[in-house]
Design a protein around this ligand. Structure first.
Ligand code: SAH
Length: 238
């Protein structure tokens, strides 16, 4: 097995088969040093990050680094977000457990697994079929029974299931796709990175007075591909 996990396994209670899961220690350290230390406070988010086995959502040759403080490659030129970013974005959604959530950019499926523990139902869309397939297998193994996954372009959202109490986007378009705004329930919140080389993480909230938008963090995500590329800022419809 990989070095870190091998080392952790080796440092568990010798001879004991009933000791704590050795990867739990790595997760606890990740949460304390990377996430609590940077100001994430939502207890439910912190508890879920201590539980979800992130090492199962990265390629086997990256598992040793699964709990480190940076994004990792997951194949097809895509990345799994840094743990802190997953925690920060999840906290911004202010989930209580009753919500219906839409996620765009399933990628590894790790953020999906986190959301599945924070909300009632999760609908997730991934544009790259090979990643969608892998994520579906991992989510099944993880036992997320409240998740539906679709391979396709997330630009259009999931109209049959709209509206959503929360929408989380993990690829960056140059401007927020209109269909996603339209699928946000009253009081609902969307967290989405917006921009090109320089990106801002934005929170859009549907209030009685309309959409309120705030920028919360400079970020760097992979581009939102597909239909969104035909709707760039400053360009007319083609
Ligand atoms: N949340 C993921 C991050 C994956 S990176 C994780 O934790 O692993 C962003 C993902 O968005 C990539 O897998 C990419 O293929 C996907 N993506 C990009 N444009 C998309 C689109 N238009 N619709 C759906 N997914 C898209």
């Amino acid at each position: 097995m990989v070095a870190l996990l091998g080392g952790l396994l080796g440092s568990g209670c010798p001879g004991s088969t009933s000791g704590p899961d050795p990867t739990a220690r790595a997760r606890a350290g990740m949460v304390d040093r990377q996430i609590v230390a940077r100001g994430v406070k939502d207890d439910r988010v912190l508890a879920v990050l201590r539980e979800v086995p992130r090492h199962l959502f990265v390629p086997p040759d990256q598992a040793a680094q699964a709990y480190e403080d940076h994004p990792l490659p997951i194949g097809s030129g895509q990345t799994i977000s840094q743990p802190y970013v997953v925690a920060f974005m999840s906290e911004q959604l202010r989930l209580t457990g009753t919500e219906k959530v839409l996620e765009i950019g399933t990628g590894s499926g790790y953020q999906t697994a986190v959301l599945s523990r924070l909300a009632a139902r999760v609908f997730t869309i991934e544009i790259r079929p090979e990643l969608a397939e892998q994520a579906a297998a991992r989510l099944k193994e993880f036992g997320a029974e409240n998740v539906e996954l679709r391979a396709g372009d997330g630009f259009f959202g999931w109209p049959e299931e709209a509206p959503f109490d929360a929408i989380l986007v993990t690829a960056a378009p140059e401007k927020v796709p209109e269909p996603l705004v339209a699928q946000l329930a009253p009081g609902g919140r969307m967290v989405i990175p917006v921009g090109g080389f320089y990106q801002e993480l934005k929170v859009l909230e549907r209030t009685p007075d309309g959409i309120r938008e705030t920028s919360v963090l400079p970020v760097r995500f992979v581009p939102f591909v597909g239909e969104a590329e035909r709707h760039r800022e400053g360009e007319g419809e083609r």
